[in-house]
Design a protein around this ligand. Sequence first.
Ligand code: HEM
Length: 162
Amino acid sequence: MLNHHRQWTTTSITSHSRPSLLPDSLAFDFPFSLKTWHKDRTDCWLLISGKVYDVTQFLEEHPGGDEVLLAASGKDATDDFEDVGHSDDARELMKKYCIGEVDSTTVPLRRTVKPLSSTTVTHQHNDEPGILSKILQFLVPLLILGFAFGLQFFGKKEKTET
Ligand code: HEM
């Protein structure tokens, strides 16, 4: 938790429409903080196309309902917003709630975990028998056969001698 928190602390948002509430450039643990603290009825922020909207006062008025806005907070809501196909009026209205924008240069890159490549996997599960076991596969039956013939030969020899 602490590590995760530290990971985001360099991200900042720049306030423009509400300078009295937020300083011009604020070192801000965003979007981690958006995820944690600004996603309930008393404090709801949205991140749409890199801009941050405080829609707390708009929750009750939103024609699509407050639940969708709450569900869209704490994450990047750009796709959710665009999927609805909001009107130009809605886009004009949202300006009123914009409190700043994310400085993209301060957002840490998402870490991607690469799956093991197929070649690595085949190397790890190499089922091909080695040269030694191939030789043994031929030698062992030959040795058994030789041993059997040897026994027969010596058995006959002993009988003729007695
Ligand atoms: C600041 C952000 C937002 C503003 C100002 C806003 C505004 C509006 C307005 C004015 C409408 C009426 C229809 C229109 O004019 O397009 C609407 C409808 C709607 N909005 Fe939003 N909205 C916002 C964010 C979102 C988000 C993030 C979602 C997430 C899914 C959402 C979901 C909806 C839905 C489902 C409708 C109803 C569409 C319908 O019934 O046809 N809105 N919104």
